[in-house]
Design a protein around this ligand. Sequence first.
Ligand code: PGA
Length: 251
Amino acid sequence: MRKPLLAANWKMNKTVAEATGWLQGFCPAAEGSEEAVECAVCAPFTALWPMAQELERLGTALRLGAQDMYWEPAGAFTGEISAAMLGECGVSYVICGHSERRTLLQEGSSVVAKKCAAAIAAGMTPILCVGESQSIRDGGLTKEWLEAQLFESLEFWDNAQEIVIAYEPIWAIGTGQAASAADAEEACGFIRQVLRERAGEVADGIRILYGGSVSAGNIGEFMACGNVDGALVGGASLKAESFAELLRNML
Ligand code: PGA
C-alpha cells in the first residue's frame, strides 16, 4: 500500500556537469523500476534546473528534490530560496531538518516546522528528518527524543499525509555504521505509532525511510522491515552505478 521511496541526498556535492553526467548513467540503469520503487535525487540548488532539462530529454520518472528551502514566498532573505523557485525547477521533494543543518547551522524544530508547512502549501512533499545522537541513544532516551522532534517539527498534523519521514540516527550518518535492521524497524515502528496517535489512520499511508550508511549491501535488510518504506542515501548515491545497484536490490 505504501510505494517504497529511494531518495538520494547528494549534500554539497556535484557541479552541473557532474550532476547531468550522473543522470546519463543512472536513468538508463533504472529503467523499468518505476512501478515498484519511486526514486528521487535531492541535488544542490545550482544543479536543479539543468537536471530538470536533462530529465525531460531522457524522459524518465526520476523525481527531483531540494535539500532545504525557506518558508517565506519572497523578500529580503539573503541567500535563501523559495518554494516557487524550486517548483519552477520541477522539484517534488524537499528535505527539511536534516541533522547536518540542525547541528551545523543550529536549525531548530520550529524553523523546520515552518519549512515543512510551506513546502506542503506549495505542493511539494517534505522529507522530514529526525534522529537521535549517540549520547541520546546511550542514555536510553531515543524514543523521547524522536517523539519530541516529531511534535515540534509537525505543527501541522492536519496535512500529515503529505509528508515523508526519514529516520536518520546521527551516529549512523556517513560513518559506515548503519543501524541494525531491528533497530531501524523499532524506531520506524515507534514513529508510526506516534503519527497514528496524533493523525489517526493517515499514519498507515505515510512513508517512513531509514537513512544512515545505507548501501547496496544492506538495503535488502531494511526493506524486509514492515515499517521501513525506503531509504535516504548520502554517500552511496554519489556514483550512478552504486545507486543503480542499490535500487536493483530493492526490487
Ligand atoms: P549517508 O548519509 O548515507 O552517507 O550515511 C545519509 C544522509 O545524511 O541523508
